[in-house]
Ligand binder design. Structure first.
Ligand code: PLP
Length: 411
């Protein structure tokens, strides 16, 4: 494994080769010569697996753990507050809760959770196919939108492939690629250009990547990429580059969905989720819209029954509950404007159900707001230590959150 030419030298007769493994699975190879004639480190190698005996996971040192925002109960316990006095506007959840019809469907479905979720899965796929005017094989039902990212990684990435992700951006793109031992590069969305998303910005960093991830509306900035720009991107990149358009916040924008590109192209996939506008984040229900050409890969990468039956029935019911979605979307539009007009800090225009604001020391502002009952997202983990992200709440919670933040900012 290691080539070094000591065999016939005087050193080799007496030298000892020491191998020391570091916690990050680096092997440091050192030659020691007890006579002091020669001694030194030969090389440092990175192993894929721990060299020393004992059962350990493979080398995960490149994998960055996903840190979800903390829940109301955890924060309340830590601060000794009543959970009812806290408002969580940190995870872009639906402030109206789930669709009441979805709740009924979950309760009904509870009676039959002893069976595998076959029919429910088929029904929801068909309903979504109808909604999007696609063939059912073009709808990949997955455990959350995150699940769709995993399935794409399983279907498209070989070890050593490279993917291109936005920076700042959603952490799970890189994580799902790492599971497949793919390399990750970044394209930069500049704060000073309002996190503008154009084909040109992405192409500057493009080097024949296997997957490019586009988020529109973008988390955490709220910026958007128009369909024309996405089309230019797909037309300019190589044939074997897949453009994944993440529309997790798609219901909150009036821009057209990249679904339109699927009739013509086989190098685009669209991520959608029930977690945001439909208020079903806790059920883990998402899906992808994919070209007909490679749709059958789903059966080969799908974890059997990964999407559970109550989730499927809830999804079906939520799809039918126009009132709930309309109320949610209308309130988001109101809240985005309200936050931008009333918060005493610079903000960015947003197509999502949240607004990014520049507040100075985000950690400090987040902690102070939390002590006053408002939980918002410190964007340090996105590389924006001066920004917070405020999710759109109900009129009451949004007004209260902005008042609290203004108090903190004035203080
Ligand atoms: C940009 C983006 N994509 C995908 C997701 C995944 O959502 P879920 O797995 O809940 O469907 C999220 C969740 O916050 C997101 O912000």
């Amino acid at each position: 494994m290691v080539g070094f030419e000591l065999e016939n030298s005087r050193v080799a007769k007496r030298a000892r080769l020491r191998v020391v493994q570091t916690p990050s699975n680096h092997l440091i190879l050192t030659v020691e010569n007890p006579t002091g004639f020669w001694s030194g480190s030969i090389t440092t190698l990175k192993t894929r697996r721990p060299y020393l005996p004992g059962m350990k996971p493979r080398d995960l040192s490149d994998h960055v753990p996903y840190r979800a925002g903390r829940g109301i109960t955890e924060v309340a316990r830590e601060l000794g507050l009543n959970p009812d006095d806290l408002h969580k506007l940190s995870s872009n959840e639906n402030p109206f809760g789930p669709s009441p019809r979805a709740v009924e469907a979950i309760v009904d479905a509870a009676e039959s959770v002893h069976t595998y979720p076959k029919a429910a899965h088929t029904d929801l796929v068909e309903a979504l196919a109808e909604t999007w005017a696609l063939d059912p094989v073009q709808v990949w039902l997955t455990p959350g939108g995150d699940g769709f990212l995993d399935y794409l990684a399983r279907a498209f990435l070989d070890s050593g492939d490279r993917v291109l992700v936005p920076e700042p951006g959603f952490a799970y793109y890189a994580m799902s690629a790492h599971y497949r031992d793919a390399g990750v590069d970044q394209y930069h969305l500049s704060k000073h250009d309002g996190f503008e998303q154009t084909a040109e910005t992405i192409l500057e960093a493009y080097d024949d990547h296997r997957i490019i991830y586009v988020t529109t509306p973008h988390n955490p900035s709220g910026s958007e990429m128009t369909l024309d720009e996405i089309e230019t991107l797909t037309e300019t990149t190589n044939e074997d580059t897949l453009v994944v358009v993440d529309e997790a916040y798609g219901e909150f924008t009036s821009n057209s969905s990249a679904r339109q590109l699927l009739d013509e192209r086989d190098d685009v996939a669209v991520l959608r989720t029930f977690s945001k506008a439909y208020g079903l984040a806790g059920l883990r229900l998402g899906y992808g819209l994919v070209p007909r050409a490679w749709a059958s890969a789903y059966e080969r990468v799908n974890t059997p029954f990964a999407v559970n039956a109550p989730a499927c029935y809830a999804g079906l019911a939520a799809l039918d509950d126009d009132d709930h979605v309309e109320r949610t979307v209308e309130t988001v539009h109101w809240a985005r404007t309200y936050i931008r007009e009333t918060l005493g800090a610079p903000t960015w225009e947003s197509g999502g159900n949240f607004v990014l604001a520049e507040v100075g020391n985000a950690k400090d502002v987040t902690e102070q707001a939390q002590r006053k009952g408002t939980i918002i997202r410190d964007c340090t983990s996105f590389g924006l230590s001066e920004c917070i992200r405020v999710s759109c709440g109900t009129k009451e919670t949004t007004t209260r959150a902005v008042a609290t933040l203004n108090e903190v900012l004035d203080g």
